[in-house]
Design a protein around this ligand. Sequence first.
Ligand SMILES: [Zn+2]
Length: 287
Amino acid sequence: MGWWRAWRRRRALARQPIPDALWAEVCHRLPVLDGLSDEETDLLRERATLFLQEKALTALPGLELDDAARVHLAALAQLPLLHLEELDWYQGFHEIVLYPDDFLSPQRHRDAGGIEHEWDAEHSGEAWQQGPVILAWPGVLASGEWEGYNLVVHELAHKLDMLNGDANGLPPLHGNMRIQAWAQAMQAAYDDLNQQLDEDPDRETAIDPYAAENPAEFFAVACEYFFNAPDLLAGAYPAVYEQLKLFSGKTRWHVSNACAWPTNSRRHSTMVERHGPMRGTAGRMCL
Ligand SMILES: [Zn+2]
């Protein structure tokens, strides 16, 4: 079936290519792409083209997406997959819903006493186990800098995590990876972050304290840093960085100048997640 897949790919790329000027404009908008080689940039352009043909981008009232906005989102979405073989890593969802701003999302939690609590929380993104990815557009626009924040990568990391069940911080690993090595690296870093916050909740941690919420959030936040602030992640948690390097296939990545994993957290996991542009402040989820 290789020829069939290749033929479909060529046809899709020829049908609606991203024009040169538009691609140049988007690359200019996204400093996080500065570190890519010409070859990688061309590949990202192809993957973004295919992504836009495969996924529906639904803008809610108050937000209008022009071609540059759509390509901007597609380029960010494909960045984590750039060095992976063309398997359908984003299978299981067909739509990205875009809000013009952060949105209210109903939350529910049953406490230890059996009392159910319901409230609305302000979110900038959500990823559902069997449903769309939801993003607030300001968060998308803020995702292209070398600052460790990437809402698009974060939510799509949850989707990768969900490929083998509920989000738990353990996505499907490649054949050259070992679950034990992954779990050891992630658990040690996660425990360290939690310990730091236990000692001082206001401590300025190396990575966003939202990662301490649960293992799934740790993985998603670590992915943000891996692509948007790799030096920071490598300095704080080198074993995590190495595992993500294996996971992403990012062995030749040029950095710009600029589970089976135990869920023993007090900050329990959930399949739905949230975070705002100022994570670790308002809207911290405590389940
Ligand atoms: Zn999350």
